[in-house]
Write a protein that binds this ligand. Structure first.
Ligand SMILES: [Zn+2]
Ligand SMILES: [Zn+2]
Ligand SMILES: [Zn+2]
Length: 256
């Protein structure tokens, strides 16, 4: 199984428009972070995790021409704002693209992109998507998906486990039953916003504590602000838990 980090940035992306800080003006391409999203590929099946405002650029950069499903973690705009750009993936196809999420997320998608659900015939003017509610365990092609709950401040949002890979973004805490479900991972992708505490997001230290509790072989941090310089922070972090970067390809060891 292979996971490509399409974006590793927080909601405004890095650089932040108008910001002249050291990270935003850095020459290191690892400090350029599109909004957080990832592409999971396994035995011919391709799943997009989150569809934020940078979706079009992310699909072009990685020459993605086919998607089997889209999994949404929650309804914040940095995770669903690019849904209109799913149009090329559904144009000329005779079936809809499945977009999975919890009921609240799907309600928000149907509200924000109401025209996509207009029953009147339309050609390329709307993405042909079909909202699908999550179940405990389901399959998309060759990939088995097990959603779980994480806290994002006061709200419960969704993380996803795929075999020995778990993907979590925008968490502020992982409930005990989720920690239980995340035993035996090879690879953990987890959000780490910055060093300073934030009510809705884990800090780098919080994320590292979770990694040390779950003990995956490798962990990668996403949803990063311009407070973190890639090279500086990674030099301080252990080799098994590093800041991810846009375009990074992560191989998951799925065997025993
Ligand atoms: Zn976010
Ligand atoms: Zn900045
Ligand atoms: Zn969020």
């Amino acid at each position: 199984m292979q996971l490509t980090i399409l974006g590793s940035g927080t909601s405004m992306g890095v650089p932040v428009i108008g910001c002249r800080c050291g990270v935003c003006t850095s020459g290191d391409p690892h400090n350029q972070r599109l909004r957080t999203a990832a592409l999971l590929q396994h035995q011919g099946t391709t799943i997009l995790i989150d569809a934020g405002p940078d979706l079009r650029v992310q699909m072009l950069r990685h020459s993605v021409t086919r998607l089997d499903a889209v999994l949404l973690t929650h309804a914040h705009t940095d995770h669903i704002g690019g849904i209109d750009d799913l149009r090329p993936f559904t144009m000329g196809r005779n079936h809809s693209l499945g977009v999975y999420g919890d009921p609240g997320t799907l309600r928000r998608v149907r509200h924000m992109f109401d025209y996509a659900f207009d029953p009147a015939p339309s050609m390329s003017t709307r993405p042909r998507i079909e909202t699908r509610e999550l179940t405990v365990l389901f399959t998309v092609g060759a990939i088995t998906v097990a959603p779980f709950r994480v806290l994002h401040g006061p709200h419960a949002i969704v993380g996803y486990r795929f075999g020995k890979l778990a993907y979590i973004t925008d968490a502020s805490a992982l409930p005990p039953d989720t920690m239980e479900q995340l035993q035996g991972l090879d690879t953990l992708v987890l959000n780490a916003l910055r060093h300073q505490p934030h009510p809705l997001h884990l800090t780098v230290a919080d994320a590292l504590t979770i990694v040390e509790q779950l003990r995956p072989r490798q962990a990668f941090f996403i949803h990063i602000t311009h407070d973190l310089d890639h090279a500086t922070v990674n030099a301080e972090l252990p080799a098994y838990a590093q800041l991810a970067f846009d375009g990074q390809v992560i191989q998951v060891r799925d065997g025993e």
